[in-house]
Design a protein around this ligand. Structure first.
Ligand code: ATP
Length: 492
């Protein structure tokens, strides 16, 4: 990370704390590693990102429905899905610092360093070497790569490493009160399995016809070997996943469809398309026959925000095998031979986006430190240029002063608007200061009530991005805000 980007990232993190977006969990107890809480503005922004996703996936697609499955599930599910045996990361310890690392991340950091130094050929060789070792689960080779490339511990500076071992990322706990009768259950490491095991419930109760999708937003838990980069890698996080059930043989077509559709969803937010890239997986997960990541250029490099995976019929077949229940669908449509496609286990395309990573992306993309200095005076502001539909507060209402009936008039306007929008009332400090506070949380417009408002029911609105002001009739506010924050702009 260059000094500027490093500084920018630090500034965004402190801004997130100062303005009630993200706090370290259990902060008064010195925090809990890789666990975060969302504050009053963060919770609003997060909810709005969820709504944008839900609308784009469920509301905009007649053949996609949403569910909300439980975090606890029968432990056999994780055996069937392959997570008990295969959901591992390669870890390595430094014997001097006693610090634990993910072996692949240590190598990735070296690749990023080589890239930033312009040694792209060396970076490519190292990448290929690591990909080959990961693909064949060759832990000895991973260690050799670390040693041969002189990769040292960032804390101790030594290469006194242990062997590379596999570490299972699932959290487990005891289910049931009696010690003898209790059973080990897992906190789900992905929301997807809750969709697979409900596939037939939804298909039958909703009379869904293939192709169709099931979407879900919810918490997932992973005991990540090492926590890094703020809310990029958390131990408790949220996913927005959709499993799209299709006829076998059509997977590549649908894979391409969702790859394009998902990137379009991202770019509709006004994010610079050049900051996005597709990254094909070198090592396919045990369930996938094609997989791509949508990556975003964070200050610390390109990072996965969303994965699109062609999961074949792996999950449903496994659940059929482990539960003994048929996971088949009867397809009445006629095939090329004039006969119905009949019974089969559907194939699946998955889109899986991390809500917290999307939150950070949105914040980073919106954050601007603007120099507003003129010849007469120096001035600046920090503004979140969020898409208005995602803004935590849609409008702020200020009485110009705290007297002469202006607060009452402002509250009257506020009471009407709050039926439809999340609005905020502020009367403390000079108007300029109040503007700055709202800029810092991304409020698209501020409404000021002054003495003239009492006479002709007009108010001044000031726009966040242009800082332009205009006089409008108070009765028009609902429509003005409605047009500004409309989801149509993102979904159209
Ligand atoms: P990574 O390689 O970064 O560990 P992954 O490939 O394991 O991610 P998936 O299993 O594909 O991730 O999960 C889907 C999405 O969930 C990811 O694209 C990411 O946005 C999010 N995600 C995964 N792990 C975490 C985590 N520990 N903290 C926050 N978000 C996460």
């Amino acid at each position: 990370m260059s000094k500027n980007t490093d500084e920018l990232f630090k500034n965004v993190i402190s801004h997130a704390k100062e303005y009630g977006f993200v706090f370290q969990s259990s902060e008064i107890y010195d925090g809990l590693s890789a666990v975060y809480d969302y504050g009053q503005n963060g919770a609003e922004l997060k909810n709005n990102i969820k709504t944008y996703w839900w609308k784009a996936m469920v509301q905009m697609h007649e053949n996609i429905v949403g569910i909300d499955s439980a975090i606890f599930m029968h432990p056999k599910i994780w055996k069937a899905s392959g997570h008990v045996d295969g959901f591992n990361d390669p870890m390595i310890d430094n014997k001097d610092s006693k610090k634990r690392y993910r072996a692949d991340q240590l190598i990735e950091d070296r690749i990023t360093k080589l890239d930033t130094e312009g040694k792209t050929d060396d970076a490519e060789v190292l990448q290929a070497d690591m990909d080959a070792a990961l693909k064949s689960d060759d832990l000895t080779r991973l260690k050799e790569i670390i040693i041969n490339n002189n990769i040292t511990c960032p804390i101790s500076g030594t290469s006194n490493w242990t062997e590379v071992r596999q570490f299972n990322l699932m959290f487990s706990t005891q289910f049931g009160a009696m010690a003898e009768g209790s059973e080990e259950v897992y906190l789900r490491p992905e929301t997807a399995q809750g969709i697979f095991v409900n596939f037939l419930n939804v298909q039958k109760s909703g009379r869904m016809k293939i192709p169709f999708g099931i979407a879900q937003i919810g918490k997932a838990f992973r005991n990540e070997v090492i926590a890094r980069q703020f809310i990029i890698r958390m131990r408790e996080f949220e996913q927005m996943e959709m499993q799209f059930f299709i006829r076998p043989g059509t997977e590549m077509e649908w894979y391409e469809y969702w790859k394009t559709a998902r990137l379009k969803w991202h770019v509709a937010l006004g994010t610079d398309p050049a900051k996005y890239q597709y990254h094909d997986h070198a090592k396919l997960a045990h369930y996938a026959n094609a997989a791509v990541d949508i990556e975003y250029q964070f200050p610390f490099g390109f990072k996965e925000v969303e994965g699109i995976h062609s999961r074949t019929d792996f999950d449903l077949s496994q659940h059929q095998k482990f539960s003994g229940k048929k996971m088949q669908y009867f397809d009445p449509e006629l095939g090329p031979d004039g006969k119905p496609y009949g019974n089969y286990i559907p194939y699946v395309i998955e889109t899986s986006i991390g809500l917290d990573r999307m939150f950070l992306l949105t914040l980073m993309n919106a954050y601007e430190e603007e120099d507003l200095s003129t010849e007469e005076r120096t001035d600046s502001r920090t503004v979140l240029k969020l898409p208005p539909a995602l803004a935590p507060v849609k409008a702020a209402i200020f009485p110009l002063t705290k007297k002469d009936g202006l607060p009452e008039k402002a509250r009257e306007i506020m009471d009407k608007l709050k039926l439809e929008y999340h609005v905020q009332y502020e009367e403390k400090d000079a108007i300029g200061k109040r503007y700055r506070r709202q800029d810092a949380i991304g409020t698209p417009i501020c409404i000021t009530v002054d003495h003239q408002s009492l006479e002709d029911n007009t108010v001044t609105i000031r726009h966040r991005d242009s800082m332009q002001q205009e006089r409008v009739h108070a009765d028009d506010l609902e429509k003005i805000i409605g047009d500004l924050v409309s989801w149509k702009k993102l979904l159209g």
